[in-house]
Design a protein around this ligand. Structure first.
Ligand SMILES: [Zn+2]
Length: 200
């Protein structure tokens, strides 16, 4: 299970605090609700593309000794299962959908420049998720008058702040800002997980 790291800052600041397992150790298990602090359980590596960073980062993992399941602490500038940071995705969506740049121009101007197909993929997911975002974010900010859900969702994300919105959606409703991949919907957990965890 992935939960958000209770840490705000840059990629570099994130890397600097990562060596201390006690800094953000969860004091209970979010899966079985066991009340004991979780045990540090190494890291996994994933790729991150940010505005000024492109490379591997470590994600810290903890183990619950009661239910034997792991919890990983995902930094809040990352959306689960996407390589590009939330900020890179936000800049692209704003360039294409808010300012009306062509998809090729928006992809070329995105820091760092990227293949436009990647942007198409984000737009498709964002479009499918827009109405859900408008409903969920209405708790945080006034719905903005806009011609459609897409524009309204963008305006609401801008007024809330993309990272604040992501934190709220993910921690509360386990809602993915761009929608979970189909196999993991609706909450981002693998349906097969309970089978894997069951005794043989
Ligand atoms: Zn547990």
């Amino acid at each position: 299970m992935q939960i958000l790291h209770p840490f705000a800052g840059s990629v570099q600041q994130y890397n600097e605090q990562l060596s201390d397992p006690d800094a953000h150790r969860p004091n209970h298990c979010p899966q079985c609700q066991d009340k004991h602090p979780l045990t540090a359980h190494g890291f996994y590596t994933r790729t991150l593309i940010d505005t000024a960073f492109d490379g591997p980062i470590h994600v810290r993992r903890y183990l619950c000794k009661a239910c034997r399941r792991t919890v990983s602490l995902l930094p809040e500038f990352i959306l689960p299962y996407l390589r590009s940071s939330l900020m890179v995705i936000a800049l692209f969506l704003l360039a294409r959908l808010f300012r009306g740049q062509t998809i090729v121009a928006a992809a070329g101007a995105a820091p760092p420049p990227m293949p436009y197909q990647r942007g198409q993929f984000w737009i498709r997911r964002f479009r499918a998720q827009a109405q859900t975002l408008c409903a969920a974010l209405a708790v945080l900010t006034q719905p903005t008058p806009a011609p459609d859900f897409l524009q309204r969702a963008l305006a609401m994300l801008e007024s809330t702040g993309w990272i604040a919105a992501h934190r709220f959606l993910f921690a509360g409703a386990r809602c993915h800002l761009l929608g979970w991949p189909r196999g993991l919907a609706p909450t981002g957990r693998r349906a097969a997980f309970s089978f894997a965890a069951a005794p043989a």
